[in-house]
Design a binder for this molecule. Structure first.
Ligand SMILES: Cc1ncc(COP(=O)(O)O)c(C=O)c1O
Length: 459
């Protein structure tokens, strides 16, 4: 029997199921319990001290254990923990919205809080659809996305995500979303090289819009830097300005999925600022609450909001926990902390330092590419540096580097499938924005040790 593609490369299933009733991320591998965490360090119950080199999944941006945030949540819970958005507003929601609007580019000023990145992207797609319904273009309903991308795990968000291994078990359940190739210069999908390539990856959007029929296309969604599906794949500087122009010309809403890149991660409040691009909708999550609460948001341009306000008067959408008061209070406190401690500028400065410290790893036999911006960096592993041939997935190279790093007291975020949705090994490095130079040195030393250990054991 063929092994299902999504299990390729997994170690053989064993019967060592962790005890208890918790349905964990892995049904077969146990993980240590955490006792406490502070700053960039996590302590386990069995006494280990682990450097959080990826803020979990690029979430814990302001570091662990920040008293002000915990206190803001507690104070909110003492006032009120829950009311429904159809009945009441809470000041913390307004503060959260105000701070996000301040950070967002252009006239992106209406903030719709939700509980996670997938919900934010679901909201964005439905908002785009409703916007065109209300403005008299009901046939505009398709959303174009990209291959080698991740937008979440709910069925709508997974339909946008261009990651074959994650999609395949659920393909029959997914929406029909056309995908264009990514802006992936290390493995250009068109076999070209900048600067002579004419940014073919960007003009591919125009071709797809024409192929689908511009009158049917409502939106285009992309991550500024590809995160979980690509290991910080960074576009050439012309890419997003061209994308913006194409979207404007065809009346297609541009959704920037800044769930991972937002709130300073790349050294700008939102990564789109690097290229001076104002999207129509930004979705953001992770760093908004820094992991202190489940929180994300959709931010839309004022005129788009106005179209609905002056039309039907309501976005036909909503979640029970949208704007959950203690989560909103956590988010408002985190954004205040980011501002008060200048963490966006710090991410830019320490990001440059991290980038420099990672450079020597480029000489390692299995390292193909090192990329990223600010404190979001990625490493791609290859079997052959000359041909860029990937490793066989059965070797689990990315996972093994992750395991070797963990054994050295370092968390990084390994991923696979960057080459064709299944093949390819990469990892993300994204420490809390409060990390120091010394801690970066420690991170890189532990990572180098892990890479060397795995490289030495490979054929
Ligand atoms: C770019 C991007 N979009 C969306 C999501 C989904 O967010 P969540 O897991 O909070 O639903 C993620 C999560 O990793 C992400 O990186």
């Amino acid at each position: 029997m063929l092994r299902p593609v999504w299990r390729k490369g997994r170690s053989a299933m064993t019967n060592v199921q962790p005890a208890g009733h918790l349905f964990r991320r892995s049904a077969v591998h146990d993980v240590p319990r955490v006792r406490r965490a502070e700053g960039v360090w996590i302590e386990t119950e069995d006494g280990r001290r682990i450097l959080d080199g990826s803020s979990g999944a690029l979430v814990a941006s302001i570091g662990h254990g920040v008293r002000e945030v915990i206190e803001a949540q507690r104070a909110q819970a003492e006032q009120v923990s829950y009311v429904h958005g159809t009945h009441f507003a809470v000041r913390a929601q307004e503060e959260l919205a105000e701070r996000l609007a301040e950070m967002a580019p252009g006239d992106l000023s209406r903030v719709y809080p939700v509980s996670g990145g997938s919900e934010a992207n679901e909201s964005a797609v439905k908002f785009a659809r409703q916007f065109f319904l209300e403005t008299g273009r009901p046939q505009k309903q398709k959303v174009i996305a990209r291959w080698t991308s991740y937008h979440g795990n709910t069925l709508g968000a997974l339909s946008l995500a261009g990651h074959a291994a994650r999609r395949r078990p659920y393909t029959p359940l997914l929406m029909d979303v056309p995908h264009i190739p990514p802006a992936y210069c290390y493995r250009c999908p068109f076999g070209l090289e900048p600067p002579s390539c004419g940014t073919r990856c960007a003009t591919a959007l125009e071709e797809e819009i024409i192929r689908q029929g511009p009158e049917y296309v409502a939106a285009f969604i992309a991550e500024p830097l590809v995160g979980a599906a690509g290991g910080a794949i960074t576009p050439p500087p012309e890419y997003f300005p061209i994308i913006r122009d194409i979207c404007s010309r065809y009346d297609v809403l541009f959704i920037a999925d800044e769930v991972m890149t937002g709130i300073g991660r790349t050294g700008e409040s939102f990564a789109m600022n690097h290229w001076g691009v104002v999207p129509d909708i930004i979705t953001t999550g992770k760093g908004v609450s820094g992991g202190y609460a489940p929180l994300a948001a959709m931010i839309v341009r004022e005129p788009l909001f106005a179209a609905i306000a002056q039309g039907s008067g309501a976005f036909i959408h909503g979640f029970t926990y949208g704007g959950h008061p203690p989560s909103a209070a956590a988010g408002a406190a985190v954004l205040q902390y980011v501002r008060a401690h200048g963490l966006v500028a710090r991410a830019a400065r320490l990001g440059t330092y991290l980038g420099e410290r990672l450079q020597p790893l480029a000489g390692r036999r299995i390292v193909g590419d090192i990329r990223g911006m600010g404190l979001m960096r990625g490493i791609e592993f290859v079997r052959d540096r000359a041909t860029k041939a990937p490793f066989d997935r059965s070797l689990r190279v990315a996972e093994r580097v992750g395991e070797a790093a963990f054994a050295r007291g370092l968390i990084i975020y390994p991923g696979a499938g960057n080459v064709d949705g299944v093949r390819g090994d990469q990892l993300l490095i994204g420490p809390p924005l409060v990390i120091t130079e010394l801690e970066i040195d420690e991170l890189v030393a532990r990572l180098a040790g892990a890479i060397d250990e795995v490289a030495a054991a490979l054929p």
